[in-house]
Design a protein around this ligand. Sequence first.
Ligand SMILES: Nc1ncnc2c1ncn2[C@@H]1O[C@H](COP(=O)(O)OP(=O)(O)OP(=O)(O)O)[C@@H](O)[C@H]1O
Ligand code: SF4
Ligand SMILES: [Mg+2]
Length: 342
Amino acid sequence: MSLAPAETDVLEVRNLKKYFPLQEKGLLRRTIGTIKAVDDVSFTVRKGETVGVIGESGCGKTTLGRCVAYLYEKTAGDIIVRGGGQVFRLDQLNRGNNSEFRKIVQVIFQDPFSSLNPRMSVLRSVGEPLLVNGLARGVELEERVADIIQRVGLSVSHLQRFPHSFSGGQRQRICIARALVINPQLVVADEPVSALDVSIQAQMLNLLKDLQQDFELSYLFISHSMSVIRYMSDRILVMYAGKIIESGSRDEILRQPLHPYTEMLLKAVPKVSKRMSQRLQDATSGEPPDLLNLPSGCVFHPRCPFAKDICREEIPQLQTVSDGRQVSCHLAEELTLQGVFD
Ligand SMILES: Nc1ncnc2c1ncn2[C@@H]1O[C@H](COP(=O)(O)OP(=O)(O)OP(=O)(O)O)[C@@H](O)[C@H]1O
Ligand code: SF4
Ligand SMILES: [Mg+2]
C-alpha cells in the first residue's frame, strides 16, 4: 500500500504500536508481560474510501480503531488526520484540545445498547455533539437532528422517545445519527452490525453505504467477518496477532490472496447473495495465538498448511509486492492460493 502522503489521504498511520502492560494481581501490581495489541502497523485511508480491517478475535482491530479515534494513547508511531482544511497529528492533541479533531473523526461502536444514555431522549442524544462542540443550539439544533434522524431511516416522531423503546437496529440507527450529525470526514466503525439480528445486518450495511455517498465519508471499517468486509470495503487490511499480514484492494485480496491466513478467512465465508440477504457465521480452523507467548518465526506457522522449516525460524517481513499490495509470508511468491469470485 502506498504510504506517500497525499492530500486525498484522510488518515495516515505510520508504524503504529499500542502495547498494554500486563500486571500481576495483588498490591504490588508488578508488570509481568507486555501485550503487543498493535505492533508496527502502517496504512492510509483516502477520501470517500472504505478500508476494511479483518481478523479474528484478539488480533488488535478494536485497539487500532481506538488509537485512530484518540480513545487510546498510542505507544509509538504517527497518526495524522486531514479534514476541514486542517491537519491533526495525534501527538499534538491532548484531552483538553481535541474538540476540533472530534468534529472530523467519529466512532460507531458494536453495541448500540450500551452506547446510548438511557436517560436521554433521541433529540438530546443526537443533538449533544452539536451542543458540546458549539455547532448549533435551539431551533437550528432541532432541525439538524430531525434531518439526520430521517436520513438514517427513523422519523421525527421518534425524537422525544428514550432508547429502551427501540429495537437493536433502531438504536444503531440512532448511534449512526449521533456520529454523523456533526458532518465528520472519517468514521471508525467497529463491528457496527455484529450485535444485530442477522436479518437486519444487510439493511444496516446498505444504510452505511448510502450515508457514505451522501456525506462523502471515509470509513475505517472493522469486522471479524469476511462476508461483511468484502461487502463493504474498497481496500482490505488483514490483521493477525497485532500486525498487518496482507493488504490490497478488495478485488486483489478476494481473487488472489497471497497469505495462507487470508485464504483461510476466505474459505470460511459462506456463500452469500450479492445484497447480503443472508449471512452466516464465518469459521476458521485452529486457534488464534496467545499474544503473551507468540510462536517463533512466522506466528501463523502452527496453523499454516504450507509451513516449512524457515517459517518456524525466521520472522517474515511485510513486503510490498506491487503498488498497494503487501504481504508477509516467506512463500508468497511460490504459493498459488485459492481466491473467490463474485
Ligand atoms: N485495555 C486493555 N488492556 C489490556 N489489554 C487489552 C486492552 N484492550 C485490548 N487488550 C488486549 O489486546 C489484544 C487485542 O484486543 P482487541 O480488542 O483490539 O482485539 P479485536 O481484534 O478487536 O478482538 P474482537 O474481534 O474480539 O473484538 C487482546 O489480547 C486484548 O486482550
Ligand atoms: S511464512 Fe510460512 S508459515 Fe507463515 S504464512 Fe507463509 S508459508 Fe505459512
Ligand atoms: Mg474488537
